[in-house]
Ligand binder design. Sequence first.
Ligand code: 5GP
Ligand code: MN
Length: 341
Amino acid sequence: MNKDTTEAVQKLLASPQKVVIVGHKNPDGDAVGSCLGLSFFLKILGHTTTVIMPNDFPDFLKWLPGCDEIIIYEKEVQKTSEIFDNADLIFTLDFNSLDRVGGELQAVLENATAKFVMIDHHQQPADYAVATYSDVKMSSTSEMVYHFMDALGQTEKLSKEIAVNLYTGIMTDTGSFRFSSTSPTTHRVAARLIEAGAESAIINQNVYDTNSPERMKLLGVALNNLVILPEMHTAYITLTQNELDDHNFKKGDTEGFVNYALSVKGVVFAVIFIENKQENLVKISFRSKGDFSVNDFARNHYNGGGHINAAGGKSSQDLNKTISEFISILPRYKNKLTDAL
Ligand code: 5GP
Ligand code: MN
């Protein structure tokens, strides 16, 4: 975090503040871990904090220290709006523009009178905060929360609760320290978190070894639906609403499925299309290897975004139309896909 941002944050936190911390819609391990880690830290500094998520988060995160106190906006619209009205400061974590919280909550944030602080590692950060700590090279927002503590000269305040939350966010957002965003510093931070009480083996078990039988069967369906387009170095997976319903789908169940498509030899671009009849859209996740920017692809065609190698978006066409359109777009990217590695 640079000097100006650090000084701005120090000023904002000079006296006890009522702080709200918000993550993005469909919160993942990094969103939840970074928000909870920051919340514990700001509490130690004497501030009052509330963590708010736009909608529910996956069960594999429902053991994180402090997760019981998270307020889900969708479930408590009135209460949440009042909390925002009374806030002095709103920290937005792990997203780059206010539309990432979705629908009505976006309007609540846009109308809020509190000052904003952004901590985020996504491309193209919007300019709504009085202090913006944005770094697209960072592995995760959770790693950034550690650097945020460091910039304030407060790493001695690192508690076990903070460490476990931040470690979980870093681990999940780096695909267990695999993705190219994982730097030597990421490992140094992870080491510090382990020293402060984050038990890696237990965190791994809690996150990765708690699958429901239905989820494993759904993975079987997804793998059966895998389509490989060798000419385009592309592989995609589809899941229909019926297939989800047949397997008692719960939020988070499809997390990581797209990586199986990316794991195919020669594939540099992997996509999963997931039908959502309730929201009348198809949610899409993109992953890539090398230089092929799925952030650009998602922005150009699917009203989305993210990082170079991991992004998301959506389509309001039905699933079949979405797929046929996707296939028709691909040839334009043939050169980039061929040269990605
Ligand atoms: P996932 O595919 O795991 O949902 O998301 C991958 C990355 O893309 C995450 O960093 C996530 O924040 C971002 N992302 C996912 N969906 C969207 C979207 O609809 N819009 C934008 N701007 N980013 C997204
Ligand atoms: Mn993240």
